[in-house]
Design a protein around this ligand. Structure first.
Ligand SMILES: *[C@@H]1O[C@H](CO)[C@@H](O)[C@H](O)[C@H]1NC(C)=O
Ligand SMILES: *[C@@H]1O[C@H](CO)[C@@H](O)[C@H](O)[C@H]1NC(C)=O
Ligand SMILES: *[C@@H]1O[C@H](CO)[C@@H](O)[C@H](O)[C@H]1NC(C)=O
Ligand SMILES: *[C@@H]1O[C@H](CO)[C@@H](O)[C@H](O)[C@H]1NC(C)=O
Ligand SMILES: *[C@@H]1O[C@H](CO)[C@@H](O)[C@H](O)[C@H]1NC(C)=O
Ligand SMILES: *[C@@H]1O[C@H](CO)[C@@H](O)[C@H](O)[C@H]1NC(C)=O
Ligand SMILES: *[C@@H]1O[C@H](CO)[C@@H](O)[C@H](O)[C@H]1NC(C)=O
Length: 339
């Protein structure tokens, strides 16, 4: 009886904290148990530190914004967000750990969960909170999962990240699917590092301007991996706004977009970055990450004639197996580019 009352009071308290700030929750997340370490016996089931936005007015350094400044709060040893190459990663987006099925206090046993990524807040003013019809993506910022083929968080840089999956219909639903490209290389022994990236739009009741979201995970690529290819750190090109002029979109692997930070921004202040076609993204698996992994003669020639610099660039990133057997050096290319 007392326990039930405590749970009721506690959930009522949480209800007041509902807001439009969001994160993708997983036991691989850095900072999910903040202010405690993930390994601490004390679990903060009512945790929302990682969802707080990164604002222009905060004048943040890379150490402060990258991975929500949580690189010193690693997940428990052995916890990874598992991304199935050629399959779908099913995750949960919420404004508090308490509102996820995976990370909720066990005694709540799935209570208080909604189909939406937390109700209320400015995020939902344009799209009504109904399960049908589905939301109109026009005013959703879209979200992106990016990966770096390293487990070394101390040397990881924002520009190391390469986007592998986008979901245009987010943030809206709590449960989210990210389609993971087939044939990604396997991760190194200690796993990979991944980030989740989002901007909500401003000015249409869908959020405030000048807020960035960036959370960090230990992750691993499972499923239909291909060890004959590799994806270098820093392999992505910075996206540009191309609007409806698809010919000017950046193609091939792309980095996440970083704006409004005191340090490390790679995008102009406006338009608000968005994981949408207008910035060169497709909805789902970013298959162009692997576009030159095994090029046919024709497609290679076509790509070379239309965009030689991109082709050469990609050629250093993803080496087809036949190429690798001909070279003495089968090492994975590692390239770092400055911010
Ligand atoms: C673990 O939690 C205790 C309180 O329960 C606290 O004193 C301690 O500093 C915490 N340690 C870490 C590493 O978070
Ligand atoms: C932003 O922070 C930098 C140091 O990181 C400092 O030099 C600068 O004056 C700050 N700018 C504002 C507007 O606070
Ligand atoms: C959790 O809830 C489900 C129904 O939603 C029920 O079948 C199950 O017994 C509950 N488990 C516990 C431990 O209360
Ligand atoms: C989505 O919203 C945009 C902007 O308001 C509108 O132009 C478009 O027709 C809408 N799409 C659908 C399917 O309702
Ligand atoms: C985006 O996630 C939703 C669930 O929230 C899912 O229905 C949809 O298929 C996903 N879109 C893509 C392109 O994977
Ligand atoms: C990552 O997944 C692969 C394939 O399932 C597995 O062999 C490997 O041990 C995993 N790595 C880690 C660090 O768990
Ligand atoms: C592309 O957008 C511009 C300005 O936003 C508009 O003038 C033009 O008509 C659009 N073109 C197409 C093909 O929709």
């Amino acid at each position: 009886m007392r326990l039930t009352l405590a749970v009721v009071l506690w959930t009522a308290l949480l209800a007041y904290q509902v807001e439009a700030h969001q994160a993708l929750w997983n036991y691989g997340l850095f900072g999910y148990n903040w202010p405690y370490q993930a390994s601490n016996k004390t679990q903060d089931w009512n945790s929302n530190a990682v969802v707080s936005p990164l604002r222009k007015t905060q004048n943040l350094t890379i150490a402060e914004w990258f991975g929500r400044g949580m690189t010193k709060y690693p997940p428990r040893t052995g916890e990874f967000m598992s991304l199935p190459s050629g399959g779908i990663y099913q995750g949960e987006i919420a404004c508090n750990r308490a509102y996820t099925k995976l990370m909720q206090q066990p005694s709540l046993n799935g209570s208080n969960l909604t189909p939406f990524a937390c109700e209320g807040g400015t995020m939902h003013q344009i799209n009504p909170l109904v399960t049908s019809p589905p939301p109109n993506n026009t005013w959703l910022g879209g979200t992106a999962l990016a990966i770096a083929y390293t487990s070394d968080v101390d040397t990881l840089k924002p520009s190391d990240m390469v986007i592998i999956s986008v979901n245009f219909t987010s943030v809206f639903w709590r449960e989210i699917d990210y389609s993971i490209p087939k044939g990604l290389p396997p991760c190194p022994d200690g796993g990979c590092l991944c980030t989740w990236n989002w901007y909500h739009l401003a000015g249409h009741g869908e959020g405030y301007g000048q807020e960035m979201y960036n959370t960090l995970y230990r992750c691993n690529v499972t499923g239909e991996t291909d060890s004959s290819v590799s994806l270098a750190l820093g392999a992505g090109t910075v996206p540009v706004y191309c609007g409806n002029d698809t010919s000017s979109c950046v193609t091939g692997p792309k980095t996440p977009m970083y704006a409004w930070m005191a340090e490390g921004s790679n995008m102009p202040d406006s338009p608000i970055p968005r994981y949408s076609a207008g910035f060169g993204f497709s909805d789902g698996a970013q298959t162009d990450v692997l576009s030159v992994a095994k090029p046919s003669v024709n497609s290679a020639a076509r790509r070379r004639s239309t965009n030689p610099s991109i082709f050469r660039f990609l050629g250093t990133i993803l080496r087809p197996s036949d190429h690798r057997t001909r070279t003495t050096n089968g090492m994975r290319m590692r390239r770092r580019i400055g911010l």
